[in-house]
Structures are given as C-alpha cells and as structure tokens.
Design a binder for this molecule. Structure first.
Ligand SMILES: [Zn+2]
Length: 405
C-alpha cells in the first residue's frame, strides 16, 4: 500500500512540474506579446500568483467545493444505516485512521466519488440512485474503490490537478479573447521597429502556446487519472476479496441512461464511472478520464483465483493483450495471495422499500393520499388537501415536484 502511495507521489510531482511549465510558458509568452521588455516577467508572475491562490484555496476547501458542486448532502447513521455499516467495514479493512464523512447526492444516476485532503480528512459521496440499485456486495465494491483513492492519496491530488487544469484553461482563454478583442495589432505598428518585431514573435508563440497548453495539460491529467482508476480497482478488490461485487456494480452503472445533472469537467474525473457521456464522439479514448468500463470489468472478472497486486497486474496485461506496467515493482512484492470470499447472502438492493410500507400505502391511497417517490427511494405521502406543487425529501433534501392527481 505504501509503495503505491509513494509511486503516486512521484508521478504527482512529475505532473505538477508539467503543469507548472505550461503555466510559466503561457505567462511568459502572453506577457511578452503585450510588452516584450517587462511583459514576460509580469506574465509569469501573474500566472504563478493566480495558480498559487487557487491551490491554497483548494488545499483547504477543495473537498467542500467538490461536494458543494455535486450537490452532496451529509447524512447520519439513522438515515442510511447500511451504507454506514459498509463504509465502517471498509475503513477497518483499509486501516484508515478515521471514518470518512459520508454524503448522499440526491440524484438518480448511480455514481460515487471520494474527496478530501488526506486520510484524516476525507469524504465519500454516493448517489441515491446507487443505493437503490446495488446490493450489498456491489456497494461494498464501490465503497472499497473510493476508500482506495483515499488510501492511495489520490483525493487531494485529483482536486489540485483539476484546479491547475482549470487555471491553464482560464488563462489561455483570457489571453486569446484579449488578443482578438483589443485589436492589439495597431499597437505594434506604432512602436519602434525592433520592439514591434519582438512583440510579433512573442505574439505568434503565445497564440500557439495558448491553443496547445490546455490540450497538453488535459492529456497529462487524463493519462494519470486513468491509471489511478485501475489502481483503485486493484486496491479495492484486495479490501473486499470479492472482485465480482465491483464488476457487477460497474456493469449496472454503465448500463443506465440516467445522467447526473450537476457535473462539470473538474468534478467529472472524481467519479467512479465517467458521468459525462459523450454522444457520437469516438475520439473519447485519448481524452477520457476513465478507462473503458468494459475493460475494467474484464480485468476484475479474470481474477478468479485470488486477489493481490500481482494477480491484478497479470489480468491487466492479459486483457490488454500486451505487456504494460501498472502496479509499481514494490507493490508486486507483497506476493501473498488473498483468497476470494463467497458472495454475501444479502442479494437485495441496499435500500429496499420495506414491505409494511407498501401495505400501508395501499390503505392511504384508498383514502385520497398521493405519493411522491424521491430519487433516494423514499416515498412521501401527501394528504388529500395538500395544495403545494413541490415537496422537499426529508431524507436526502431533494426538492420533488408534485403533480396534482
Ligand atoms: Zn475512482
């Protein structure tokens, strides 16, 4: 485990250096395009200043920002006892120092993510749709995958890198827009001959840089976040000792047509299954933050004898059909194979609708009550004289519309 976190750290430093280089280059040439003498220095200073401010904010509040952006609500043990139970179980298996904070996103599309700063300060969020669709083994597989992101120190990294990517995109947008709106070419002509030429060279390089750097930053980001998804799968199944749980959960998550309503480019990379479905575009593979689900499922399903990093590495290579390194050498040395466990007898959805409630509902329906089922699975009853047209779910907080029936 430690090896994995350490190797991730090395890769993070490399990635940050790459992002930094792009930012410095962007600031240097964009500044030079405005003023060849003082501009490059000012541009670099401004770019660094913006970046550092954003990093500081996301270090201290990145987790809360991600949770707020996704609409996640903190939940208590009484609201979701089985979810708490599974998170506790996986916290012990992963040997985490504290229980991550638990959040539910009031949305029907099944998905989940983890965020936070470190294992002491982490959070996992699952959608209501995930709880009503998965059984115990499947939810455990998803939670173990998320815990692995906490364990492998992915959570802070993914937040900071997402934010850095955002800075690069923002800066190059500002520059390109500024260029084409201010009619800057007239200023170059009015200046001395030498200065004007230098400015034009800077301008040409700056435009190329501004167009290319967001693309390069994204490729860098995507390549590494994809690798982290595989690693979280590999680490997660070591915790559950039941690869089929995660495999079948991923299958259910990929089959749905439901989409998350609150998601953007920065938060998308956090989710266990890519929430941004591209229609039509098949260029997706190069720029996808997530490895293809079918491949992840295939790898998990070929772990038939036992789980450890060496077994996952072998399955990874056989599914890809060529040698590829995924797990760092130190991780492979923990050769003890962990035997698979039998499936849980608990095969129903984690949050089923209790039978008594259904019987009670029939009686109430007969006396004029109407029902509204929230995305989290909670059924709310409205009396015959209810006149409002929206109802806030007491469990997950989502506002549901009520059709007068
Ligand atoms: Zn993940």
């Amino acid at each position: 485990m430690w090896e994995l976190a350490r190797s991730n750290k090395r890769k993070s430093i490399f990635l940050f250096a790459g992002m930094l280089l792009l930012l410095v280059g962007l600031g240097f040439f964009a500044g030079g395009a405005f003023d060849p003498q003082a501009g490059p220095f000012l541009g670099v200073t401004l770019a660094m200043f913006l970046w550092i401010i954003q990093l500081i904010i996301s270090y201290f509040a990145g987790g809360s920002i991600m949770l707020a952006l996704s609409g996640a609500k903190p939940v208590t043990r009484d609201m979701h006892p089985r979810l708490f139970n599974i998170v506790e179980e996986m916290k012990i298996a992963a040997n985490l120092p504290v229980l991550p904070k638990i959040y539910v996103i009031p949305e029907e599309a099944p998905n989940a993510f983890a965020t936070g700063r470190n294992p002491q300060k982490s959070a996992v969020a699952v959608t209501a749709g995930l709880l009503s669709r998965l059984n115990r083994d499947e939810l455990q597989g998803v939670i173990a995958h998320e815990m692995s992101h906490v364990l492998n120190r992915d959570i802070l990294f993914m937040t900071l890198v997402g934010v850095s990517l955002g800075s690069i995109v923002l800066l190059s947008n500002i520059f390109l827009r500024g260029m084409f709106h201010s009619g800057s070419s007239s200023r170059y002509r009015s200046r001395g001959k030498g200065g004007g030429q230098a400015a034009l060279i800077f301008l040409a390089i700056a435009i190329v840089f501004a167009i290319l750097s967001p693309i390069m930053a994204q490729l860098l980001y995507f390549a590494i976040s994809r690798r982290r998804e595989y690693l979280a799968d590999a680490t997660g199944v070591r915790l559950t000792r039941y690869p089929e749980g995660l495999a079948s959960a991923l299958e259910k998550m990929s089959r749905t047509d439901l989409v998350l309503s609150r998601v953007n480019k920065v938060t998308a990379a956090l989710y266990i299954v890519n929430p941004l479905k591209r229609k039509g575009m098949q260029l997706a593979d190069l720029t996808a933050t997530h490895p293809p689900i079918s491949e992840r499922i295939k790898i998990l399903r070929s772990l038939t004898y036992g789980v450890n990093f060496a077994a996952y590495q072998k399955a990874f290579e056989s599914v890809r059909g060529r040698p590829a390194s995924l797990i760092p050498k130190g991780g492979l040395s923990d050769a003890a194979t962990v035997a698979l466990r039998a499936p849980s007898k608990d095969t129903g959805p984690v949050e089923p609708v209790p039978a008594q409630r259904i019987a009670g509902d029939l009686i109430m329906a007969a006396s004029g009550f109407t029902f509204v089922t929230c995305a989290c699975g909670l059924k709310m009853k409205t009396p015959p004289d209810f006149r409002g047209n929206s109802l806030r779910c007491p469990k997950c907080g989502k506002v549901n519309s009520v059709n007068a029936a």
